[in-house]
Design a protein around this ligand. Structure first.
Ligand code: HEC
Ligand code: HEC
Ligand code: HEC
Ligand code: HEC
Ligand code: HEC
Ligand code: HEC
Length: 381
């Protein structure tokens, strides 16, 4: 408003200067004839005030700035600039992907999420600009369709990137030679000496120069599956697949948990569209009237920890030495290169899937329960 007042005073000033140059006023003339009615113009569309009225944006901004999306410190720095990762890892990447269906090149200065990452802001300059950049139904990595309204926006990024058969697809026995050098040498040489590598029934140290290079042969009979990457698993944000009950290993099938059908936005944003994107407790207690079922979630956590211990014992994963009971496992467990019996591999896959999902079963309690039971059975003594 200040600016408008300034503008009016400038116009007034010019008017005053102009008037001061004129002589005394003559008598008023007769009224002229009425002009012809003009055609109706189209309404102005620059309705900036529907959004820029102060409050409505500010409340949401305050919530948003507490969110990991606004921070993006982990995901954006690491992968936001890389063409193959950017569609999910930075503002620029997602916008380009939403507009063109692809990310053509790397970005040199990727940024974290902002309002216009998800909303089409400043396109029409009216309320329709709250529309989402991308909210079409999604085809998940198992081929099934995810279609859940506003939650489709989330699922564009929070979905698995591969299925378990990415690792388990060999039709014949094979061997794989892996070379470890320099920094990795000491660890692998020590692990080999201590027989702490799951190299399969006929695996062995193929070469070791005793200084900085060791080659290990992994033996993969058809009864076994080879974990071929230390990043193996569905990828860090497989929440949409979990929500839908898709993508488990070992023939476990699921479906969305009906009671939790409100979708990502239902729990993470609640009825007031909370933009911290953190689960809103009052959405839970609307149904769970005696409180969030934290005991059930804690029990799931304990079962995941027990599985981590089993998987580490067969050298399928490694748990960071800094991990302490009480920390979430996410970020502390890493797959190891390993040839292991198929049932253990399926347990490994489902374990990674649950750890990376990070909901301690909330995204799909019955599906979790099936995966946990099956994984525990694979290690039953
Ligand atoms: C659909 C709602 C909406 C409409 C309509 C809209 N804006 Fe915005 N505008 C926003 C949001 C949201 C931001 C970003 C705020 C942020 O990044 O936190 C923004 C940012 C801006 C900025 C950058 C400064 C800032 O506050 O971050 C300017 C300038 C701006 N808008 C001008 C306009 C003008 C001029 C119009 C009308 C012609 C307009 N906007 C219409 C929602 C809107
Ligand atoms: C453009 C891709 C993208 C979209 C769209 C997106 N997210 Fe995210 N989200 C991410 C990434 C990547 C991270 C991790 C950011 C980091 O750690 O730096 C993240 C982080 C989060 C986190 C915090 C996790 C933590 O580490 O605390 C939650 C919760 C979340 N998203 C929920 C949602 C919901 C709900 C939606 C839909 C309303 C959504 N996201 C839409 C990519 C996306
Ligand atoms: C289909 C979308 C998608 C693609 C493509 C993708 N990511 Fe991610 N990634 C995510 C989401 C979503 C998260 C955050 C999950 C969470 O917080 O639960 C994430 C998290 C991560 C993290 C963990 C960050 C943390 O919070 O510790 C790493 C590392 C990562 N991604 C690496 C990559 C790399 C490297 C690529 C490209 C080769 C890539 N991602 C491609 C969706 C994707
Ligand atoms: C990660 C994606 C994402 C980001 C980033 C985001 N929003 Fe949203 N926004 C949503 C979703 C999803 C909804 C719908 C929530 C629902 O349906 O419950 C929404 C709803 C809204 C609404 C209500 C729209 C309507 O139709 O009335 C407003 C206003 C809004 N957002 C403003 C903002 C502003 C301002 C920012 C930046 C500070 C922002 N959003 C950033 C995903 C996002
Ligand atoms: C029934 C409610 C509910 C639904 C539906 C739901 N979530 Fe969650 N989500 C949660 C809860 C609760 C947690 C946190 C568990 C905990 O306390 O660690 C969580 C955890 C997460 C996390 C990890 C956050 C963190 O800080 O560790 C992400 C990311 C996430 N959800 C995204 C999604 C996405 C994407 C969808 C939709 C496909 C979704 N959620 C659907 C309730 C829900
Ligand atoms: C629309 C109602 C509804 C909402 C909202 C809801 N739940 Fe549930 N939830 C249920 C029902 C019904 C069950 C199944 C209860 C049973 O089998 O005893 C369930 C089951 C669960 C379970 C499995 C353990 C158990 O009690 O069976 C967890 C954990 C859970 N919910 C957590 C949450 C969390 C956290 C939220 C909020 C983010 C939430 N729920 C929101 C209705 C809801």
């Amino acid at each position: 408003m200040k600016n408008l007042i300034k503008l009016f005073s400038i116009v007034f000033l010019f008017g005053a200067i102009f008037m001061s140059c004129e002589g005394p006023e003559g008598p008023a003339g007769t009224n002229g004839i009425d002009g012809i009615d003009g055609e109706d113009g189209t309404n102005g569309t620059a309705t900036c005030f529907v959004c820029h009225d102060g409050e409505s944006i500010e409340t949401i901004q305050a919530q948003f700035y507490t969110s990991q999306h606004a921070l993006g410190d982990i995901a954006v720095d690491y992968a936001g600039g890389r063409g193959s990762c950017a569609e999910c890892h930075s503002h620029q990447g997602f916008v380009e992907w939403a507009l063109t269906g692809d990310v053509a090149e790397d970005f040199s200065a990727p940024e974290a999420w902002k309002c216009s990452t998800c909303h089409t802001l400043h396109t029409e300059f009216d309320e329709t600009d709250w529309a989402f950049r991308a909210d079409d139904a999604i085809t998940l990595s198992d081929g099934s369709t995810f279609d859940d309204g506003a939650s489709n926006l989330c699922a564009n990024c929070h979905q698995a990137r591969r299925e378990s058969d990415y690792y388990d697809s060999a039709t014949a026995a094979y061997t794989e030679d892996e070379e470890f050098t320099d920094d990795d040498y000491a660890d692998m040489a020590a692990a080999a000496a201590a027989m702490e590598i799951a190299w399969g029934p006929a695996g062995e140290v193929k070469y070791d120069n005793g200084v900085d290079t060791i080659i290990i042969t992994f033996d993969v009979p058809t009864t076994h599956v080879y974990i071929s990457s230390t990043h193996a698993g569905p990828h860090h944000g497989p929440q949409a697949n979990m929500f839908a009950g898709a993508s488990a290993a070992g023939g476990i099938t699921g479906s969305a948990f009906t009671a939790h059908a409100a979708g990502c936005t239902g729990c993470h944003m609640g009825s007031d569209a909370n933009h911290s994107f953190m689960p809103q407790e009052e959405t839970c207690t609307a149904c769970h009237t005696s409180g969030v079922p934290e005991d059930d979630m804690d029990a799931v956590y304990d079962r995941l920890v027990a599985l981590a211990v089993e998987l580490e014992a067969v050298h399928a994963i490694h748990i960071d030495s800094e991990w302490e009971d009480g920390d979430p496992l996410f970020g502390y467990v890493h797959p190891a290169l390993a040839s292991i019996p198929r049932a253990q591999f399926e347990a490994f896959w489902n374990f990674m899937y649950m750890v990376e999902d990070r909901s301690l079963s909330v995204h799909n309690p019955t599906f979790y329960s099936d995966m946990l039971d099956a994984a525990e059975a694979a290690f039953a003594k």
